[in-house]
Write a protein that binds this ligand. Structure first.
Ligand SMILES: [Zn+2]
Length: 138
C-alpha cells in the first residue's frame, strides 16, 4: 500500500468509518460518494458499531509477503450489524474456535510495516464479541 493511499484511507481505518445513504438508508464500507441503489449523492459519514458476525472464513497457512502473522491465522468475511461485509483477520482465536454466524467485534490492530520507507500500515481486525471470555466456556 502506497503512502498516499494509506493517508487517504486513514480515517476509515482508524474508526471503521463508512457512509450511509440519506435517501434509502443503505450503508457502505468503505464509504462512497454515490449510492449504488438509488444513485443519490446524499450520503453522510457513518461510524459503524463495530459488531457483526462471521459470514465465512478460512485458515491461512502461507501469509502474503510483509505479513508477520503467527501461522495459521484466520481470514474471515464479517457481516456488520448494519449490513456491509468486509474481509478481515480474526484474532484471539485458535483453529476450531471459529464458526459461521459467530458474533465478532472490531479490534483495532497494526497490520504490517513496509520495509525501506518504514511506513506502518494500520488496519482493522476483529475478535470474538465476548473476548476475552470466549475461551472460558470450554
Ligand atoms: Zn440510496
Amino acid at each position: 500500500m502506497s503512502v498516499p493511499r494509506t493517508w487517504r484511507n486513514r480515517r476509515a481505518l482508524y474508526s471503521l468509518e463508512g457512509s450511509k445513504c440519506q435517501k434509502c438508508g443503505k450503508y457502505y464500507f468503505p464509504g462512497r460518494n454515490r449510492c449504488l441503489d438509488c444513485n443519490t449523492n446524499e450520503l453522510e459519514n457513518y461510524n459503524f458499531s463495530g459488531t457483526g458476525k462471521v459470514a465465512t472464513y478460512s485458515w491461512v497457512y502461507t501469509p502474503p509477503k510483509g505479513f508477520n502473522n503467527r501461522i495459521p491465522y484466520c481470514l474471515a468475511i464479517v457481516e456488520l450489524d448494519e449490513g456491509p461485509k468486509l474481509t478481515t483477520q480474526l484474532v484471539a482465536v485458535e483453529e476450531g474456535d471459529v464458526e459461521i454466524g459467530m458474533p465478532v467485534e472490531f479490534s483495532f490492530r497494526k497490520i504490517s510495516s513496509e520495509g525501506d520507507e518504514g511506513v506502518i500500515t494500520y488496519g482493522f481486525k476483529f475478535r470474538p464479541k465476548n473476548y476475552p471470555n470466549h475461551l472460558k466456556k470450554k
